[in-house]
Design a binder for this molecule. Structure first.
Ligand code: OGA
Ligand code: NI
Length: 348
């Protein structure tokens, strides 16, 4: 990222406090019981393990998830090649106000503080989104990906990875539904016209790692996130019990799962979306690849009926996912031009 502007450093208001190293880590869950030979009991106990992790942490790692290693290696290597291109090349596929999918770097705007570059892809082509965040504007737009010329294998790598991520996300969704006492396929219908996306994150080495973050504290807005992080590490999760930031140990070929805001609403806050952030490193570049599992734009997000009773009244009024997402996308593009929309705005 070249020279560091001293004004930029001055403007950092979120410098991380020194953290205490805790031996505790987010739960590690073995998904082997999902193999077809397992019986209903194994599945029930796996669902309850996942339910506990969602309740206590909102985050867990999975192993024996069935995603082939070669698929991951392929996307990781294509992503490294892409980010190694000259900036002018990468900017040929920049996202803009109309299309939120494409390349983006933090040199675009002065008030973005994150130390990173990203490349976003939709999973379903085309992906339908509302044209604008204005509530009365009912126009929709069909969006397709902007594939860079280089590296040529990026498109196939992303498409294959997306299929695998989708399969894994549906399995996790079923386990979460079971853990909430719902039918296994209760949540599937929301994804028929899904707005899921894959993001390639590149965090270049940073000369002042103690002054900045790769990505500042935030929660993920969708249903679930399935993240592949490399062996450099840097992801930290806010522990629910005491608010301490906990480093997520990189585990080879594991995926990190977290509950997003939509599950918080669906579950009426039984499972909460948890804050997380990514640290940067002074020597090493870091790469990560989140898959954001999101429902159709027309989804009305509200606490699930089955979970509501006299002692558990709905904690949210409900909102339109497409409008929420479009407001966020625009907020990201224009930074501060639009209010940063939060699920807290829809609290009853
Ligand atoms: C994100 C995110 C963490 C990481 O992109 O939403 O939380 O480790 N990334 O890159
Ligand atoms: Ni995130």
């Amino acid at each position: 990222m070249g020279e560091v502007d001293p004004d930029f450093i001055q403007s950092l208001e979120h410098r991380p406090k020194p953290r205490t190293i805790e031996p505790e880590n987010i739960p590690l869950i073995d998904l082997s019981p999902l193999k077809s030979s397992s019986d209903a009991n194994d599945l029930a106990s796996l669902a309850s393990e996942i339910g506990d992790a969602c309740e206590k942490w909102g985050f867990f790692q999975v192993i024996n998830h069935g995603v082939p290693l070669k698929c991951r290696e392929k996307i990781e290597s294509a992503s490294r090649k892409f980010f190694a291109l000259p900036r002018e090349e990468k900017r040929k596929v920049s996202r803009d106000e109309v299309n939120p999918y494409g390349y983006y770097d933090t040199e675009h705007t002065k008030n973005v503080r994150d130390w990173k570059e990203v490349m976003d892809f939709t999973v379903q082509t085309p992906t339908t989104l509302p044209v604008s965040h204005e509530p009365d504007d009912r126009r929709l737009i069909e969006l397709i990906n902007q594939w860079p010329k280089d590296p040529p294998e990026l498109r196939e790598a992303c498409e294959e990875h997306a299929k695998e991520m989708e399969k894994l996300a549906f399995k996790l969704l079923e386990l979460i539904a079971l853990s909430l006492g719902l039918k296994r396929d209760r949540l599937h219908g929301f994804f028929e016209d899904q707005t899921s996306r894959i993001r390639l994150n590149y965090y270049p080495p940073c000369p002042v790692p103690h002054l900045t973050l790769g990505v500042g504290r935030h929660k993920d807005a969708g249903v679930l996130t399935v993240l592949a992080q490399d062996d450099v590490g840097g992801l930290e999760v806010k522990r629910k019990s005491d608010g301490e930031w906990i480093f997520v140990n990189p585990i080879q070929n594991a995926y990190i799962i977290n509950v997003g805001d939509i599950i918080q609403v669906w579950s009426n806050e039984k499972y909460e979306s948890v804050e997380h952030r990514a640290m940067v490193n002074s020597e090493k570049a870091r790469f990560s690849i989140p898959f954001f599992f999101n429902p159709a734009h027309y989804t009305w997000v509200e606490p699930l009926q089955e979970l509501i009773h006299d002692q558990n009244q709905p904690k949210y009024k409900g909102y339109n996912w497409g409008k929420f997402l479009t407001t966020r996308n625009l907020g990201n593009f224009k930074k501060l031009a639009v209010e940063n929309i939060q699920i807290a705005h829809f609290k009853t």
